[in-house]
Design a protein around this ligand. Structure first.
Ligand SMILES: C[S@@+](CC[C@H](N)C(=O)[O-])C[C@H]1O[C@@H](n2cnc3c(N)ncnc32)[C@H](O)[C@@H]1O
Length: 225
C-alpha cells in the first residue's frame, strides 16, 4: 500500500500527482518520464549514490579539479548575507547521498537548508523521502520546469553526471537543461556541472560565467551573472 497521502489543501498542495509524506514532510512530485536502472546493471563508473567527498576526490583524480563543497557553500552563505534559507538543487540526485551531506554542511554553518532532488528513477522515491530531502521530483528536469515557473530561486545547483549528461538534442550538450538552470539560479548563485563538455559558448549565452574549470573539458563551476 502506498504510504504517501495526496494533499488536499494548504501550503503543500501541488496538484493531483503531487504528494507529501506526513512523517518526513517531503513534497513529492511524480511527473515522469521515468527511467529505471537496476543496481545490478550499474557499470564500473556508474553510481547513483556518490557522497560529496567521493565527488571531490573523483574530480581531483580524473580532472585535477580542486573543489571543496564545504568551502564553496560558505561563499553563498556570505554573499547572500546569511539567507534565511539556503536553497540547493540536485539535478540528477540518484539516491540523494550528496543532499544528505549538504544538510550536514548546513548544520555546521548554522544555516537553514531547503533541498530539491530530481531523478528519473522511481526506485529513489522512498530512499529520498527517508533521508529528509524537502522536495523530491521523480521525472525529468525538462518536464518538471515546463510547468514549475520558479525563477532566481536556488543558491547552488549540483549536476554530477545528472540531467546535463543526458541532454544532447541535435548534438548540443546542455541545450535544454542549461537555460533551465540559468533561469532557476539566483543571480550570484553558482552551479557545479560535471558532464561531457557543454556546447561551446552555451554557458556564456545563458548568463553563466565560468569561475573554475573549462567548458571544453569539465567539471565546470559557473556563476549566474
Ligand atoms: C549516474 S546517476 C548520478 C547520480 C548522482 N548525481 C551521483 O553522482 O551519484 C544519474 C542521475 O541523473 C538522473 N537523470 C538523468 N537524466 C535526467 C533528467 N533529464 N532529469 C532529471 N534527472 C535525470 C538519473 O535518473 C539519475 O538519478
Amino acid at each position: 500500500m502506498n504510504s504517501f497521502k495526496t494533499c488536499s489543501s494548504g501550503a503543500l498542495e501541488y496538484g493531483k500527482n503531487k504528494y507529501y509524506n506526513p512523517i518526513v514532510m517531503s513534497r513529492i512530485v511524480e511527473i515522469g518520464p521515468y527511467h529505471y536502472i537496476d543496481p545490478s546493471q550499474w557499470g564500473e563508473n556508474y553510481s547513483e549514490r556518490r557522497h560529496l567527498d567521493r565527488m571531490e576526490s573523483e574530480m581531483f583524480r580524473v580532472s585535477e579539479f580542486d573543489f571543496s563543497f564545504e568551502i564553496h557553500i560558505k561563499s553563498p552563505v556570505r554573499r547572500f548575507s546569511n539567507p534565511p534559507v539556503l536553497r540547493i538543487f540536485d539535478g540528477g540526485c540518484g539516491e540523494g547521498s550528496a543532499l544528505i551531506d549538504f544538510r550536514k554542511i548546513a548544520e555546521r554553518l548554522s544555516v537553514k537548508l531547503e533541498t530539491t532532488g530530481i531523478t528519473r528513477n522511481p526506485r529513489h522515491k522512498d530512499i529520498l523521502a527517508s533521508c529528509g530531502v524537502d522536495e523530491i521530483v521523480i521525472g525529468s528536469v525538462e518536464n518538471f520546469f515546463e510547468t514549475d515557473d520558479r525563477k532566481n530561486y536556488y543558491h547552488f545547483i549540483l549536476d554530477y553526471q545528472g540531467a546535463l549528461s543526458y541532454d544532447e538534442p541535435r548534438g548540443i550538450q546542455g541545450a535544454c537543461v542549461v537555460p533551465i538552470y540559468s533561469r532557476i539560479l539566483e543571480s550570484g548563485g553558482s552551479a557545479l556541472l560535471v558532464s561531457p563538455p557543454v556546447f561551446p559558448g552555451w554557458l556564456k549565452r545563458n548568463n553563466l560565467k565560468i569561475i573554475q574549470g573549462t567548458e571544453e573539458k569539465g567539471p565546470v563551476l559557473v556563476e549566474k551573472v
